[in-house]
Write a new protein. Sequence first.
Length: 275
Amino acid sequence: MNQIATLPSTQRQHEVVFDNIGMTFQTSTGATQAVANVTGSIPEHKFISVIGPSGCGKSTLLDMVGGLLKPTQGSVTIDGEQVTGPRRDTAMVFQEDSTLHWRSVLDNIAFGLEVKGMPKSERYDRARAMIELVGLRQFEDHRPGQLSGGMKQRVAIARALALEPRVLLMDEPFGALDQQTRQFVGRELLNIWEETRNRVLFITHDIQEAVYLSDEVWVMSARPSVVKEVVKVDLPRPRPEGTHALPRFREIQDHLWELVKVEAEKTLGAGAQSA
Ligand SMILES: Nc1ncnc2c1ncn2[C@@H]1O[C@H](COP(=O)(O)OP(=O)(O)OP(=O)(O)O)[C@@H](O)[C@H]1O
């Protein structure tokens, strides 16, 4: 387990710190405790994936880091500052298509920079560099409606990366893609990340994807969730295509699968009892 250092979270300048955070939703039918006590940290240059059974609170956790939800317990700090709302140094990518369908690929990627007030020539220069990076050079004048699902997600990733975020939050960004496209875009993300090395919190249901991309995989328990185990992925980087076939890769994958299976059974068992 990752242990929180004794230094107060506000003094930990280069980390995203989860300090005993929890979230209880109040609804008309009562309270739902989604996240119980999550403690952990994302140091600089680390890629962290979060896996766990459906409905255990992964998106809730990510939304608390992104400032979209306020924890009902504890706090999140980024580089020593408490998160109280969306921040300029944090970017998010979701599963749903978030492209602006009336704008070209170039204008989609430049959008966040425009909002930030960056001068036109500078933002187009940066957007074009990102287009190059995600392999969409021939498509810069296309509209999202003319692109495949995988290409649209590459636009969304490029738009987030153009902001040069210190923290990149991704909630099942490849969830709507077919398996082949998913692997291709995943490899592409990893290649880009090798250059940017910003801190990433990545939510996925795909254990193989989590192992391939990450430095650490956090396994969340059934709800109310805690981080049940932090599994270090001690595979060398960069990770070429054959990485999936390494015995160590399989070992980590199998270990994660066992952990998730136990938690999923608890979730499904609870569901069956209340059905
Ligand atoms: N705004 C909300 N109001 C009430 N309950 C909510 C709200 N958002 C989430 N929940 C509940 O909190 C729990 C965790 O939801 P969350 O979406 O974080 O899970 P998840 O692990 O991301 O799920 P999945 O893997 O299926 O996407 C669920 O029981 C969900 O019903």
